[in-house]
Design a protein around this ligand. Structure first.
Ligand code: HEC
Ligand code: HEC
Length: 390
């Protein structure tokens, strides 16, 4: 009896000891895994270029994060069933994309603000459209737009097909109505054969114009970056600094909480502190269209592919350099602490809780910036059509 009890006790003690040991081992690993010195650079290189994402070091993700998808390559272009790809439709869409006759003045094309030579944006803080009027937001690069939804900084369009009516009718952009734009395209005889090739007959309709432009837009994609080749197994593509930047992006710098998936965006909306509440440049983001207080100051997370080419940055284009943006994230972003006098204001846009003061040192900031360069490429350009249909 006593012996039996003794054996049992011994077993319990052993089990307990094993339990404590493994728990402490785990906690050591857990405590340090997002410390940049936890893995050697050789280990990081091996894991990240293994071609097997399940071997990558654990990313630092907040429990509030929804729709998390690991960063990686972009798959093949998704075309919707209602508007499948064809070469002919794309060729027609390209003509229309570059054709200023879609606008009221006959002078502004989609390509005026989404210029292939300017990474498919316009390089300005905010766009200038009809009568050179300034809009309120920074033009978005159309690179990889097939991979994201909803569209716009505030997500007001669900699909590319739905999106096209917005710039055509915006008084500060093309100042036209899609029906009037359709009328002017109908007058151009030279378009008839292009519609026939794309759709089977010469009829020119609003729906066909929209489908063709959307098909063209879906083919605007980034070239493979050094990062893409690296994670697919070419371990020499990233140097030590870029690789350190990749690891920081997923861990200590916390970027991956929002900039994730192959598109480098979670397609969600966050307030990162740039709504300029009650000041010049005030823009309350999604709230301005939803009137829902939970949306105050929220904007859609932009992709970071080709980001070194798509400045100036943020919805208002007020930030000319990537380094400036990184310094701001490092400090925890503006309005981290509610400004004096606004503590009880229910309309005060409150920052996302995902943002923290990062304490990245100079070397780490450099590494992060080199990583952003490594997901950027020589931007794919499309030569403008030499002549438009007459
Ligand atoms: C006067 C400049 C201007 C013109 C012309 C223009 N756009 Fe835009 N475009 C913008 C701006 C500015 C934004 C961002 C606005 C916002 O999100 O609130 C934008 C956003 C977009 C987006 C959303 C991208 C994303 O990632 O969410 C698409 C798609 C787009 N434009 C396509 C087009 C097409 C197609 C045309 C022609 C029919 C066109 N644009 C004409 C300035 C312009
Ligand atoms: C809480 C989510 C969140 C986190 C975390 C986050 N971002 Fe962002 N990021 C956004 C949103 C939302 C915007 C657009 C904000 C705006 O325009 O008001 C943005 C914009 C940017 C832009 C501007 C891109 C452009 O085309 O204008 C860059 C660059 C950027 N982030 C890099 C980073 C880096 C690097 C990190 C990590 C240090 C990071 N972000 C962390 C959500 C986030």
């Amino acid at each position: 009896m006593v012996l039996l009890l003794f054996i049992k006790m011994k077993r319990i003690v052993t089990l307990l000891a094993i339990g404590i040991c493994s728990a402490s081992l785990l906690s050591i690993k857990y405590k340090n895994h997002d410390d940049p010195t936890y893995y050697s650079i050789e280990e990081l290189r091996k894991l990240y270029s293994s071609g097997d994402v399940s071997l990558w070091p654990k990313a630092t993700i907040d429990s509030s994060v929804v729709n998390f998808k690991e960063i990686g390559i972009l798959g093949s272009i998704p075309f919707p069933e209602e508007n499948p790809f064809s070469k002919e439709k794309r060729a027609l869409g390209k003509m229309l994309f570059f054709d200023p006759r879609l606008s009221k003045s006959g002078q502004i094309a989609c390509a005026s603000c989404h210029d292939p030579a300017l990474a498919w944006g316009d390089g300005k803080p905010v766009s200038h459209g009809h009568d050179r009027q300034a809009g309120i937001r920074n033009s978005k690069s159309l690179l990889n737009v097939a991979y994201t939804t909803p569209l716009f900084w505030d997500g007001r369009a669900q699909t590319l097909e739905e999106q096209i009516e917005f710039p055509v009718k915006d008084p500060a952009e093309m100042a036209n109505h899609i029906d009037l734009a359709t009328k002017s395209i109908k007058k151009v005889k030279g378009y008839k054969p292009l519609f026939k090739e794309a759709f089977g007959d010469e009829e020119i309709t609003k729906e066909r114009i929209i489908k063709a432009i959307a098909t063209f837009e879906r083919t605007i994609t980034s070239k493979k970056s050094k990062f893409d080749l690296f994670v697919q197994g070419d371990a020499k593509q990233l140097n030590d600094k870029e690789l350190t930047g990749l690891h920081l992006f997923r861990t200590k710098a916390r970027c991956i909480n929002c900039h994730n998936s192959g598109y480098f965006s979670d397609n969600q909306f966050h307030n990162v502190g740039l709504s300029y509440y009650k000041r010049k440049y005030e823009d309350l983001g999604v709230y301005a269209r939803s009137q829902n207080r939970a949306d105050l100051g929220k904007f859609k997370t932009p992709s970071l592919r080709d980001v070194s080419k798509t400045g100036p940055y943020m919805h208002n284009g007020l930030f000319p350099t990537l380094r400036g943006v990184l310094n701001m994230y490092n400090a925890g972003m503006p309005n981290r602490i509610v400004q004096k006098g606004y503590e009880n204001d229910p309309m005060y846009p409150r920052n996302s809780e995902i943002l923290k003061v990062l304490n990245l040192n100079e070397e780490e900031l450099h590494a992060l910036e080199s990583f952003l360069e490594a997901i950027s490429t020589t931007v794919y350009r499309e030569p403008a059509p030499e002549v438009l249909p007459k």
